[in-house]
Ligand binder design. Structure first.
Ligand code: 5GP
Ligand code: MG
Length: 174
């Protein structure tokens, strides 16, 4: 498939994504049973993952969105810019940070540092995809959908040059 002039091949199907998210939802619901959960999802990429995951959860949960940007074109810039922050205090809350993909891990690292200042009860991390080869942080990724190769992907919320977010499967740059 050609997106913005580059060739991509499918690597994770719509069904695989659906099954994996249902599994993650079950695990998260068990882990947080009896607790209130506050999801902090990172825009733009995580909006579809967040929408699908939240509908698999059986625990009471609220969701808020933050907007961070570290990627330009097809690679990380090494800097994280906050574009939209959090209004409510997260003090005493059980936070689950949600992102579409963790690459170097910098984006979530900045968010963890920021949220920690509010003294939440706990912070955990969930990501649909994860590139273990380039991850260079030391926090755990508690809920992980798919470990993938260090290659650029698009679809299911992830864009290439602003397009491709609506694709139902995930595609890799060839
Ligand atoms: P990190 O800060 O972990 O290096 O980068 C995380 C962010 O970079 C993700 O939220 C996502 O927006 C973007 N990103 C990382 N890898 C990819 C990729 O392969 N494809 C796309 N479209 N975005 C990516
Ligand atoms: Mg992102």
């Amino acid at each position: 498939m050609i997106i913005s002039g580059k060739e991509f091949k499918p690597i994770i199907t719509e069904d695989q994504i659906k099954d994996r998210i249902e599994d993650l939802g079950k695990t998260i619901s068990l882990d947080y049973k009896g607790f209130d959960l506050t999801i902090v999802a990172i825009l733009n990429g995580s909006f579809i993952f967040a929408a699908d995951l939240i509908r698999t959860l059986s625990v009471s949960c609220s969701i808020t969105f933050v907007k961070f940007k570290s990627y330009e074109g097809i690679s990380s810039t090494g800097k994280v810019n906050e574009i939209l922050g959090i209004d409510d205090s997260l003090e005493g809350k059980n936070i689950l940070i949600l992102d579409d993909i963790i690459d170097t891990g910098l984006t979530i690292n900045s968010l963890i540092e920021k949220i920690s200042q509010d003294n939440p009860a706990s912070i955990r991390v969930a990501a649909l995809c994860f590139k273990p080869e380039v991850f260079k942080m030391n926090y755990p990724v508690d809920y992980l959908g798919f470990p993938i190769e260090n290659k650029f992907i698009v679809g299911y919320g992830l864009d290439f040059d602003g397009v491709g977010r609506g694709l139902k499967s995930i595609y890799q740059l060839v």
